[in-house]
Design a protein around this ligand. Structure first.
Ligand SMILES: C[S@@+](CC[C@H](N)C(=O)[O-])C[C@H]1O[C@@H](n2cnc3c(N)ncnc32)[C@H](O)[C@@H]1O
Length: 277
């Protein structure tokens, strides 16, 4: 049953945030595609499609007989998704549609028709994620798959630990629960699928970490830095430390990122369930 959408998305859609999200997609999409494992010919629904990069990658992985529909609430994200698709000559590859994940804007004939419903990095931003998973379950055909990927921010750690970083990270997590959202949602994904009536569950991790010397390590660290800079105001409003402490911790983090031996451990959780026949 659709419910009103009062959820607040902390990252927003300003140009710096869109640039961060776009870089994150470059690093994560091949890893996520491998976990999702499309075989070809699937009709894919991507909920909270953001800049649409993964939606287009899913469409490509589904091959010539596949299709993909991206649903996104934010008009600025939708506009940028269209612009990026056009810039890569893929304006017609995917349909992007405006709407809330809690009230999916599907036509009557589309319900129960998708082979795969996917969402990444959405459920952590919702006070009540179950109705979204229920909508995704209703969107797929019997035998269709619902694939969820999301953060569990307690699973991040850095070694050696940069000074001040974990205090800032914990304050960032507190900005979630102040909105009623769950920064540790990753571990709950199988439970949500079960509650939504899905079967044949499987779960796993998609590695979002790396270590100094790997080509993507700088991008991974820039992404984390960008998340924290973007959430500066709500983080400071937790009053866990001063502004000076916050700024110094971010500088120390970027210095750490350039240090041989630095390692970032950051698994993203995923879980998948199948709609019973
Ligand atoms: C972290 S971004 C992830 C975007 C994309 N899934 C990806 O992984 O690149 C989260 C997206 O969810 C969108 N969003 C947040 N709440 C939403 C809601 N209730 N319904 C639809 N989209 C929502 C935001 O506007 C944002 O584009």
């Amino acid at each position: 049953m659709p419910v009103p959408d009062h959820s607040q998305y902390i990252h927003g859609s300003h140009p710096e945030e869109q640039a961060r999200l776009s870089l994150m997609n470059q690093v994560m999409n091949p890893r996520c595609l491998a976990a999702i494992g499309l075989r070809g010919g699937e009709r894919v629904l991507d909920v909270a499609s953001g800049l649409g990069q993964l939606t287009r990658a899913l469409r490509q992985a589904a091959g010539p007989n596949g299709a993909a529909l991206g649903i996104e609430r934010d008009l600025a994200q939708l506009a940028q998704a269209q612009a990026l698709a056009a810039a890569e000559g893929q304006a017609q590859a995917v349909e992007f549609r405006q709407g809330s994940a809690l009230t999916l804007p599907l036509q009557p004939k589309e319900w129960g028709s998708f082979d795969v419903a996917h969402t990444r990095f959405l459920l952590e931003h919702l006070p009540d994620p179950l109705p979204v998973v229920q909508q995704m379950a209703a969107a797929v055909r019997p035998g269709g798959r619902v694939f969820l990927a999301d953060d569990d921010h307690e699973m991040l750690f850095c070694c050696p630990e940069p000074p001040g970083f974990m205090a800032v990270w914990r304050a960032y997590c507190r900005t979630y629960d102040r909105l009623g959202n769950d920064p540790y949602i990753g571990r709950r994904l199988p439970g949500l699928l079960h509650e939504a009536g899905l079967a044949q569950l499987r779960n796993g991790f998609i590695f979002f970490g790396g270590c100094h010397g790997q080509p993507e390590f700088a991008l991974l660290c820039q992404n984390l830095h960008g998340i924290l800079v973007g959430a500066r105001e709500p983080i400071l409003q937790t009053f866990a430390f001063t502004e000076g402490y916050f700024e110094q911790a971010l500088r120390d983090f970027m210095a750490w990122a350039a240090t041989p031996g630095a390692a970032l451990w950051y698994p993203i959780c995923y879980a998948e369930g199948v709609r019973p026949a």
